[in-house]
Design a protein around this ligand. Structure first.
Ligand SMILES: Nc1ncnc2c1ncn2[C@@H]1O[C@H](COP(=O)(O)OP(=O)(O)OP(=O)(O)O)[C@@H](O)[C@H]1O
Length: 363
């Protein structure tokens, strides 16, 4: 049974729709990242899951039990969930132990049970030995772990994290990403995590929900979003993708024959015959001595990850620029022949993918 299911969840503020008929489902033990540009509705969706915001329409179910829907509204404390905010919200005058123990006392656990539970979660988050410290005696990453330990100690089925790494410097963020992944596996809980940082989402999550203007564009694994985007927005948003306008000539068995500016090519995809997008990343393109599928004029280059990442303006195609890695420096204005080694074809009017969301419903 899925841990969390949203069905046509909707919320407006003053007539403006913040979350628009969002449906998705995630299996127990998943790590879901809610990803999208600022203002797309991620936090509002998270707050509805938490019970801090009341949906206008739609239903939300935990383990098959409706927690919000027509005539039903469970308060946050009745939802068996933990929340970790970017501010950590630790009590400054309490030790690490005190911060974790507080909720356990409210739950009326015996002293022995509290001691065991605290030792267990400190071990999971890697803070054993720091029980007596106060928050101001800890680093940002350690405080973040205490906040997580405090949530985990309550043994919630679901942990909600609102931009938990936003206040950490770049180096610490990277360390904490790996830690989050480890803590998630060790705890067995389902995590839902809000971020506008795509690298963060793709690195840490088992599932990513891409949102845009209140709508859910696609839910999938990081690889699915990268290799098989369901909409133009996802294709362009994930991994700095590019979309080229093509005509789909034939389609079947997971492949499409397309016309790209007069050249007939075949790529993976299941778009119907008609207008389509060829979705590409820099890694799908390679420079070729002659006889490429496309030609492009070099705009600029930067040296990155051991190669010259080159921006080109393709000739005869209506797309601003495309990027590919070249092994050497090339003068601006030079013409480069480009071979297409891979790509994914979608319909030009591909709508946010209800299909993928439905698939997870049965995962
Ligand atoms: N309490 C509120 N009252 C009025 N409008 C709100 C309220 N909360 C959110 N909104 C609006 O709803 C939309 C979605 O906001 P939300 O905070 O969910 O976006 P977000 O994707 O989390 O953005 P960010 O990444 O910037 O935090 C925005 O247009 C926002 O201005």
């Amino acid at each position: 049974m899925p841990r969390l299911t949203a069905s046509r969840l909707t919320k407006s503020f003053d007539g403006a729709t913040a979350v628009d008929a969002v449906s998705f489902s995630i299996p127990d033990g998943a790590f879901l990242a809610l990803l999208g540009p600022s203002g797309c509705g991620k936090t509002t969706l998270l707050r509805m899951i938490a019970g801090l915001e009341v949906p206008d329409a739609g239903t939300l179910a935990f383990d098959g039990t409706i927690v919000a829907g027509p005539g039903v509204l469970l308060p946050p404390e009745a939802r068996r969930l933990g929340m970790v905010f970017q501010s950590y919200a630790l009590w400054p005058n309490m030790s690490v132990r005190g911060n974790i123990e507080f909720g356990l006392k409210v739950q009326k656990l015996s002293a022995e049970a509290r001691r065991r539970r605290i030792a267990e979660v400190l071990e999971v988050v890697g803070l054993t030995g720091l029980e007596a410290r106060r928050p101001h005696e800890l680093s940002g990453g350690q405080r973040q772990r205490v906040a997580l330990a405090r949530s985990l100690a309550m043994r919630p089925g679901l942990i909600l994290l609102d931009e938990p790494l936003a206040n950490l410097d770049a180096h610490l963020r990277e360390t904490m990403l790996a830690e989050f992944r480890r803590i998630h596996s060790a705890s067995g809980a389902t995590f839902v995590f809000v971020t506008h940082d795509q690298e963060e989402a793709m690195a840490v999550a088992t599932h990513v929900a891409v949102m845009s203007r209140g709508r859910l564009e696609q839910v999938g694994t990081p690889e699915e979003l990268y290799r098989r985007p369901a909409s133009e927005m996802v294709a362009r948003f994930i991994g700095r993708g590019r979309t080229l306008a093509v005509e789909v000539l034939a389609s079947g068995e997971g492949r499409c024959r397309i016309n790209l500016a007069g050249t007939v090519l075949a790529f993976e995809g299941s778009a119907p015959v008609g207008p389509g997008w060829l979705c590409l990343h820099a890694s799908d393109l390679a420079a070729r001595g002659e006889g490429g599928h496309l030609r492009g004029r070099v705009l600029n280059q930067i040296f990155q990850h051991g190669a010259f990442m080159t921006q080109l303006v393709p000739i005869g195609i209506d797309v601003e620029t495309i990027s590919l890695a070249l092994p050497e420096r090339v003068a601006p204005g030079a013409l480069v022949e480009i071979a297409l080694r891979g790509g994914w074809v979608i319909a030009r009017d591909a709508a946010p993918s209800a299909g993928l969301a439905a698939r997870y419903l049965h995962a």
